[in-house]
Structure formats: C-alpha cells, structure tokens
Design a protein. Structure first.
Length: 365
C-alpha cells in the first residue's frame, strides 16, 4: 500500500519526488503587470516547499501575451521573466522539492481589457473577457503561433531550472476548448472526432518534447467532465490512452471532488479516479485533486489508484500540510481562516482579497 509520505519516481526521467503530495496550481493574482513573477508569489510557493510538499506547481502562467486571463498573472512569454523564475526554482530546490510550471492560454477566457486583443478560441464562443461578449475562431496561423509559444515557454522554464511543466488542459481554458464537442465546432483538421479535437494538445506536447532536455517532465491536467463544454468521461479516458502512447509523463485529474461519482454514469459508484485506473492498462502516473483535506482523504485517494495527491485549498491555510499528513489522525481546521492566519501562512493582501471571492474562506474578525 502506498502512503502519502512515500517517495515517487518518474520512471522515464528518474526524477524523484520526496513524497506523493503535490501543491496544485492555484490562482493568486500576486505578480506584476509585465508578467514578471513577484517576490510575494515566490514566497508563497517556497513556504509550501519548506512545509514538505514533494512537488510545487506554480499558478497558471500564460505562454502568449494574448493568453492572459486575470490581473496579477505571471507570464513565461519573454526572457525578461527568467530572473525571477530562476530565483523561484533555486529556492524550491534548496528545500528538496521538484518544481513544475503550469502553462496555459486562456482562449475565450482571456481578458481583452488586459491584452488589448479579442480573445481567440477553437470556435466562436461566449467570452466574458471580450468586449463584444464573444471570442473569434482561431485561424491556422493563430494555432501554430500558440503551439510555438507553448514550446518556447517550456524551453524557457527548462532554462530557468524547472523540473517540468504541466499543460493546463482543464477548467475551460484554450486546450480544453479544443477538446470539447460544444466549444470546438471546427470543420477542419483541428475539429471533429476526438483524434482531431486533441490534435492541438498533441502538437503542443510534441513541440515541447522537441526543444526541452530529455530529463524534463511534461504532463497535462485535464477535467474529466465538463458538461457545458461537451467534455465527457469516455472521451477523457480515451484521451489519456492517446497521451500515454505519446509518452506523457503524468496525467493530473482535476476532479473538484475526488470522491464523487461520474455524472455520465450516475448509477456506478466508482469515483472519477477509479474510472481511469480501472479502464486503462497503459495509464501514466496519476495526480488526482479535489477536496482532499485529511490523512484519511489522502490515503483514500491513493487506495483508489492515484499515484500522487494534489492539494489546493488545504495548503492555503496549512503550509506544512505535506509534512503533517503522515500522521494518521491528521485532520486540520477548515475555513474560515482569519486574515492574520492567512498572513502567517505567507499570503499577501492581494491573495487574501482574492480568496474573499470563495464564500466562507476568509473570516474578517
């Protein structure tokens, strides 16, 4: 039986995570207008490395200027970002943790206010970030440019000392817009069946592999089901099989609730993680994330078949969660957290203000 405190070896590269606990990427809005990673965001991440997390994943970082979705989002689209990126990886490495950057493009969730460009997507889609309320459909020139941007960003991350990257194919951003049957209505080779809808992601992966060192880890985060986008469980399982054949290093299942059943198979008690584990013989290493709070939760997730445990909100209030979770009775306090507690946990005023958007997370007393 695997335990949260057990080390994990990425077999292709031989890189070792000192335990099976992953700090999942989380929006925090702490960085600079030019895309430079701020000291506040570095402090937040390094404090979790000091707290024992085996893998530290940055917040989503845009690979193209026109891919930015929110204020305070750091970028990896220019060499001017390298200095602070190197500072982050150096400090994380000193704590014995691996460090991944999560690469993304917002697509129709990009902000025209921030980028000065009409958001682009797989097709013309509703866009809250667009002045008109709609994105425009990406032409092939756009598509190949963004593929190159992902590759250049990954190469920049390798040069900055990251151990790998996680491609953000979840939560409705550009990669998932291409994957969805309701958001990708294209009639060319970038739309249609799953093979063609996944081409954008596959070309990104292949382009990255062509430029990064052999030892560099490349994985992808997906949402197993997003009904409004036409992303369903069967397609997601088949996508993982395709990615495995391509040589992906890990799959990160963004479940929101790792203990719930599939919306596609409501009469089946298997969790989303169990669906992937039991459906594929060639499944890459799996990170599963969603409402993991206690040792019991973490162990249950490993028992479902996950290889690594993704932790989000629990790590905000408990920076040493990864070190404490080896205790079988560990069940830390849940929100609300006071402002002072969050400041002690190395959240800036900006990050705390952002967390006020999550009902019941911040206590003002």
């Amino acid at each position: 039986m695997n335990l949260p405190s057990d080390p994990f070896v990425f077999q292709r590269t031989g890189k070792i995570a000192k335990n099976r606990v992953v700090l999942a990427a989380m929006t925090n809005k702490q960085s600079h207008e030019d895309g430079t990673l701020s000291n506040a965001e570095i402090d937040w991440l390094v404090y979790r490395a000091k707290g024992g997390f085996g893998i530290i994943t940055t917040a989503a970082t845009h690979v193209s200027k026109d891919g930015q979705s929110w204020d305070g989002e750091f970028g990896v689209f220019d060499d001017l970002h390298l200095g602070q990126l190197k500072k982050l990886t150096s400090l994380v490495r000193k704590e014995g943790s691996l460090c991944f950057a999560q690469l993304f493009h917002g697509g129709c969730q990009s902000s025209e206010r921030l980028t000065g460009s009409v958001p682009i997507s797989s097709s013309k889609n509703i866009s809250k970030g667009s002045i008109s309320g709609y994105s425009r459909e990406a032409c092939e020139k756009d598509i190949f440019r963004i593929i190159d941007d992902f590759a250049n960003a990954a190469n920049r991350c390798a040069a900055a000392g990251f151990d790998g990257v996680e491609l953000h194919g979840a939560h409705g951003y550009l990669i998932s817009q291409f994957l969805g049957t309701k958001t990708n209505l294209r009639k060319d080779n970038w739309g249609g069946d799953l093979k063609q809808r996944s081409r954008f992601l596959l070309e990104i992966f292949r382009s990255i592999k062509n430029v990064v060192p052999e030892s560099f880890i490349v994985g992808v985060r997906i949402s197993p089901e997003i009904e409004r986008m036409g992303i369903n469980l069967d397609d997601s399982i088949n996508l993982c099989s395709i990615l495995s054949d391509e040589g992906i290093d890990f799959i990160h299942l963004s479940c929101w609730n790792a203990f719930k059943e599939s919306i596609s198979y409501k009469n089946d008690s298997k969790t989303l993680t169990e669906w992937f584990v039991t459906s594929l013989n060639n499944l890459p290493p799996v990170i599963s994330t969603g409402k993991v709070w206690s040792h019991k939760d973490a162990q249950h997730l490993l028992n479902q078949g996950a290889d690594l445990i993704g932790v989000g909100r629990a790590a905000i209030g408990h920076p040493d969660w990864a070190r404490q979770v080896k205790n079988i009775n560990y069940d830390p306090a849940k929100p609300p957290f006071s402002v002072n507690q969050l400041k002690e946990a190395m959240l800036s005023d900006v990050f705390i203000d952002y967390m006020r958007n999550w009902e019941g997370f911040v206590c003002e007393k």
